[in-house]
Ligand binder design. Sequence first.
Ligand SMILES: Cc1cc2nc3c(=O)[nH]c(=O)nc-3n(C[C@H](O)[C@H](O)[C@H](O)COP(=O)(O)O)c2cc1C
Length: 376
Amino acid sequence: MPLTLLDTTDDHALPVRVLLLDETPLARWTPVHAYGYNRVRFHPDAEYVLSRFAYLRREHDLYVLEVAKGAVRIDFLDRQALVLFAQLIAGVDVDVTFMEFLVTAGMMDTVEALAPASADDLAFHDALFQWKTRMGGNGLLPVRQPFLPAHVPPAIKPPMSTTLIPLFTPDIDALQQSDLPFTRVLEARRTRYDYGEPLTLAQLGEFLYRSARIQQELQGAVYTGTLRPSPGAGALHALELYIVAVNCAGLSPDVYHYDPAGHVLESLHVAVSFEPLVENALRMTGGRVETPQALIIIAARFDRICWKYPEMALSLILKDVGALYQTMYLVATAMGLAPCALGGGDSRLFSRIVELEAAQEQSVGEFLLGNAIRTS
Ligand SMILES: Cc1cc2nc3c(=O)[nH]c(=O)nc-3n(C[C@H](O)[C@H](O)[C@H](O)COP(=O)(O)O)c2cc1C
């Protein structure tokens, strides 16, 4: 089959390579980013295998081959190219020109480059996440107009229960005068695992008010945002807090949703035991906490952020989680509580226990909170 390569450029003078069968274009590779693009050299005698970062997906009626860390995409324009690709995967010898086409797009690794697998390399999903959620990785202009739906998900999640538990509201004006100085809090902030008496409902109320309540609603032309003690991308604040009360004075063991507008807890009366969630959290501390008091689970309402930032929704959500973690750490420190952020949790298990629509909302962060042992 007389396959040839045609080198040309796109509108931005970036290199484009087309695989031709006679005059028919079978596939085309184009850079998806102006930087990081580097044509890989092809060595006809080397042995190549598909990169472990490569993946095939469908986009409208096109099949697209990309490589998670790469800056080039291949569009299969003709079924014959897909057949060639399938043969390659099946171990059939393919035309050297097709191989050159794939290699120079960065889709293939030499067999030598595969071993040993580098432990300090990003995992496939992390590499994809990194390169797809940074500017330009989607082949889009860095600044794009958001899609404006007819219905923007609401700023405040509708109530999840009619059983409401009012929370203590601290006197913020008084605290501004009497609280520990900022630098003392910042310097004293530590992850703590030493629990004393059970956390009280008043402490939990103060903690939530100071770290997560709605301070102000912002009525925009397109959507309503909110201002809270933590910053939030686009003022969208898609994060929801759930309190798993294990050993809290004045609060029955249950899972509660925090309403940041009304500053109340909504009792979810969960039917499935929340114990496995708590066991996971304790495991994450390496056994440093034995008798937990409160586990705060942070979930994200994906639809609230996806409509505005569809290409980088999860990236923004996780940044919001980081900002909230720090706010919770500082408030806990100022209050003499024991805070501990956790690096992982089981989202599916959480969705099952609180009966969340998994597609709409999922847990994205976990935080242990206890009443610290008083040292003085
Ligand atoms: C994103 C993140 C994830 C963390 N995950 C865990 C965890 O799973 N288990 C744990 O015991 N501590 C966890 N920590 C706490 C860190 O271990 C702790 O912040 C670190 O040791 C530094 O100590 P410091 O917080 O006292 O400054 C986490 C902290 C952050 C910010």
